[in-house]
Design a protein around this ligand. Structure first.
Ligand code: SF4
Length: 233
């Protein structure tokens, strides 16, 4: 299957069946989103959503975060992964937002990546979710699903390479949605260890399925036919 057709069918499926995907992180402002995305690195959205209500109650604005130390923040985020580093990042992020960005979350990739704890992936999430820009954030799910489906080439070995290949084929206006589609598909169907191909709606376009699963099914021995009932008296 040509790559353009694979993209087309992928986009058609999700546009039809899941037209308005959203992030599963719970947030009420750009500030809350960027803090949540920083916390979600190597951690689940579910876990982050469990701790952010109290975090945002105690630190409702960048100014509150800027006035805090990492030691103040740590107890509230200790159940996420890498809490020490993330507490330091959040304290620094609050300070930089206040000192250089008038307590606003920047709306360009360059400035976003200056914030502590914010790499290209986090910056792309903010650009996409808050500012609806055609930014493709490549996390572990997007990376894995793009490769399995065959949306990107084997040569795309880094998140940046995957990002560049994806945005080449996805119409600009659909890029923010495609980011969510790939994440959610990876989170619930095309999971890391054992993808749930038996319930996946994308088998007909999936390169992994064609290569790994379909040949196994073709070689299954056919079942013996059931014995016939004797004639009824
Ligand atoms: S068919 Fe299997 S490997 Fe392919 S996208 Fe679906 S779950 Fe993933």
């Amino acid at each position: 299957m040509r790559k353009a057709e694979r993209f087309q069918r992928f986009l058609e499926y999700f546009t039809t069946h899941f037209p308005e995907p959203e992030t599963e992180l719970q947030y009420g402002s750009p500030y809350e989103l960027i803090v949540s995305v920083v916390l979600s690195a190597q951690c689940t959205d579910k876990r982050v959503n469990q701790i952010t209500p109290e975090l945002f109650r105690q630190f409702p604005t960048p100014a509150h975060l800027a006035a805090a130390t990492a030691d103040d923040i740590f107890p509230l985020i200790r159940s996420v992964s890498y809490p020490n580093n993330k507490a330091k990042h959040l304290a620094g992020l609050g300070r930089l937002l206040v000192e250089e960005f008038n307590s606003e979350v920047p709306s360009n990739l360059e400035d976003l990546q200056r914030l502590p704890g914010v790499g290209r992936k986090t910056a792309n999430v903010v650009m996409s979710v808050i500012y609806n820009q055609p930014a493709m954030a490549v996390d572990t799910h997007v990376f894995r699903v793009s490769h399995r489906l065959g949306l990107v080439s084997k040569a795309a070995k880094t998140p940046l390479a995957v990002e560049k290949e994806l945005v080449r084929y996805i119409p600009t206006e659909l890029i923010p949605k495609a980011h969510h589609w790939l994440i959610l598909h990876g989170r619930y169907i095309c999971v890391a260890r054992t993808p749930k191909c038996a319930v996946c709606p994308l088998t007909s376009i999936c390169a992994y399925y064609a290569r790994q699963i379909a040949p196994l099914l073709e070689n299954l021995p056919s079942l013996p036919s059931a014995p016939e009932l004797p004639p009824q008296a």
